[in-house]
Design a protein around this ligand. Structure first.
Ligand SMILES: [Zn+2]
Length: 166
């Protein structure tokens, strides 16, 4: 790092500290030329993503919003928050590693469903039922049946069926 005083390029790190939120690392450095001390911050380079809504409107992709919808879908389910957060991070990493900077809410929703399906079938159906705005109960039941085909012997599955609206 270029010394702000003498422009020497060599320095040594004398202290490294993780920020409170864990999102950046603060480093105190000392120039090897003139011993000036300065501070640098290191953080993950985030790609700016835009969510494209059905009507074509764009808005900044909101990590918090995504987390909230996960938490809501997993409400009263035996799923640790850490698992939910990890899954949200996975979704975001996958979206960020793609070529597209503008991502339809449909694509985001599909990705969320993929991850919720891996966590908990009830959470998955809850999210899917809201997200896809099932037109009728037939569609809803179809969804659950296809879920059953994918994971026929899951313990959670039985619970799901007892909760099925009649
Ligand atoms: Zn210097």
């Amino acid at each position: 790092m270029l010394c702000p005083k003498c422009t020497t390029l060599d320095d040594k790190v004398i202290d490294s500290r993780l920020s409170k939120d864990g999102m950046s690392i603060r480093r105190r450095r000392e120039c090897l030329g003139c011993e000036t001390r300065f501070t640098t911050y290191e953080q993950i380079e985030r790609v700016e993503l835009l969510a494209v809504k059905r009507d074509g409107r764009r808005e900044a992709f909101d990590r918090q919003k995504l987390l909230s919808s996960f938490v809501k879908a997993c409400e009263k389910r035996p799923i640790p928050l850490a698992t939910i957060e990890e899954s949200v991070s996975d979704v975001i990493n996958e979206l960020e590693s793609g070529q597209e900077r503008e991502i339809s809410t449909k694509t985001i929703g599909a990705k969320v469903m993929e991850h919720l399906h891996a966590i908990d079938p009830v959470a998955y159906v809850r999210f899917a039922s809201v997200y896809r705005r099932f037109e009728d109960i037939g569609e809803f039941i179809e969804e659950i049946q296809s879920l059953e085909r994918r994971a026929p012997s899951s313990e959670n599955q039985k619970e799901l069926f007892t909760k099925l609206p009649s």
